[in-house]
Design a protein around this ligand. Structure first.
Ligand code: UGA
Length: 430
């Protein structure tokens, strides 16, 4: 098929490259000329394992990028993979989606055959039908259900494993109402559905929109629940990881996403849970569990700092922060738990020495004034305490490095450091 994708972030680029690998002719439309040039030159514009190889093979060939929306006219289906960032009150900002939809609609005015537009961006239920569809109809002059069709296909890709997640998903969700929409979606995902164990969920558009939010809200709440239970464990001298391992054996609970600690960050969980809470309140419903999930998550960094205070007064002391990325395998620091941890240390008058294997430069934009070390040992040198915020594998191998500390107090927010003789070790929930 001929597929176009508007937006070349980690979702748009990953989906484009994987669909090209599945044999489709793919056109990526993006307003950023640098991104377009990178894709056509066979270079991945973002870092995702496996993406470099796919771009090298298909970029400029079966996968073509352009800044010209007019290119969508020659395609059968267009996916919208534009960002929906959070506003101050948690609700989503549809500015980028609306601008993209307008340009897309104007381009589609020049197409005679029916076209399918599929929303991939994370949007509140009702957005595809009440905002995207009417705007497309207005700008293209086409008639919905006749020569213009809309659908919703949420994505469940994790940063750092987006290509692998695309190739082997648990489920593929189509929200569609017309035969043409359902048939074209099945054609696009024919290979993926045949080659993987993925379940196909065919549902309504509003349900597809909600499935995405519910998926992320459930996972974030699962981690907050395990953190809440973990905090009680800590108070009673119980190891929350042993408890989690046992309860995870119950199929109804499941063993994944039970790692308690300093909480969740990134560009998805915080934004999506906040947007769902804002949408519920907009509809005059108070979502008590979701609000509590956010509250518990906000509290975890403070609990980590309280544990530090139990051992050291950090005022005027050097304190190491190990790990800045919101999770291992990425340089993304958006909503990283390292941010409130560094802020809390600075409020306490500590001198922060931070280390992360890849996220130094991204965090430097947020905190230009703190010290960034080139190695964990360098950050630990002369420090009165260390706070471990990201579970990078290399932190599990730290040993002699702790001998360089002035007082070897280690507060571990991710259960990654091996406790040993000679260090005062505090786990957040164990
Ligand atoms: C998340 C979802 O997992 C994806 O399915 C979804 O597609 C994506 O958001 C999105 O909406 O685009 P991602 O943000 O890349 O993916 O990160 P996760 O691997 O889910 O981790 C999220 C946060 O939860 C991290 O800060 C991680 O450290 C934390 N976490 C995860 C825990 O604290 N404990 C756990 O047991 C698991």
């Amino acid at each position: 098929m001929n597929v176009s994708i508007v937006g070349s972030g980690y979702v748009g680029t990953t989906v484009a490259a994987c669909l090209a690998e599945d044999g489709h002719e793919v056109t990526n439309v993006d307003i950023d000329e640098g991104v377009v040039a990178a894709i056509n030159g066979g270079d991945a514009p973002i870092h995702e394992p496996g993406l470099d190889d796919l771009l090298a093979e298909h970029g400029g060939d079966r996968l073509h990028a352009t800044t010209d929306y007019g290119a969508v006219v020659d395609t059968d289906v267009t996916f919208l993979a534009l960002p929906t960032p959070a506003r101050e009150d948690g609700s989503i900002d549809l500015g980028a989606v609306e601008a993209g939809v307008r340009s897309l609609g104007e381009a589609l005015a020049g197409k005679d055959d029916p076209h399918l537009v599929v929303v991939k961006s994370t949007v509140i239920p009702g957005t595809t039908e009440e905002t995207v569809a009417p705007l497309l109809a207005e700008t293209s002059g086409k008639t919905l259900g006749e020569d213009l069709h809309v659908a919703m296909n949420p994505e469940f890709l994790r940063e750092g494993s987006a290509v692998a997640d695309f190739r082997d998903p648990d489920k593929v969700v189509f929200g569609a109402y017309t035969d043409l929409a359902r048939e074209r979606l099945r054609d696009v995902f024919e290979h993926l559905l045949a080659d993987s164990e993925a379940a196909l969920v065919e549902t309504g558009i509003r349900e597809a929109e909600m499935i995405k939010y519910a998926n992320n809200a459930f996972l974030a709440s699962k981690v907050s629940l395990v953190n809440d239970i973990g905090n009680v464990c800590k108070e009673y001298g119980v190891d929350a990881y042993e408890v989690a391992e046992a309860i995870g054996l119950d199929d109804r609970i499941g063993e994944r996403f039970l790692r308690s600690g300093v909480g969740w960050g990134g560009s998805c969980f915080p934004k999506d849970v906040a947007a769902l809470v804002a949408a519920a309140r907009e509809a005059d419903y108070e979502p008590a569990m979701l609000a509590a999930a956010i509250e518990v998550n906000d509290r975890q960094p403070e609990r980590m700092l309280d544990l530090l205070d139990d051992h050291v007064d950090p005022a005027g002391e050097r304190v190491a922060v190990l790990g800045l990325a919101f999770k291992p395998g990425t340089d993304d620091v958006r909503n990283s738990r390292a941010i409130p941890v560094v802020e809390g240390l600075r409020e306490r008058g500590a001198t922060v020495a931070a280390y992360d294997p890849v996220a130094t430069e991204t965090m430097r934009e947020r905190f230009p004034e703190i010290e960034y070390a080139d190695a964990a040992g360098e950050a630990l040198d002369g420090a009165s305490a260390a706070l471990v915020v990201t579970d990078w594998d290399e932190f599990a191998a730290l040993d002699d490095e702790f001998d360089r500390m002035a007082t070897p107090v280690v507060v571990d927010g991710r259960r990654i450091v091996e406790p040993r003789e000679g260090i005062t070790y505090e786990g957040l929930t164990w």
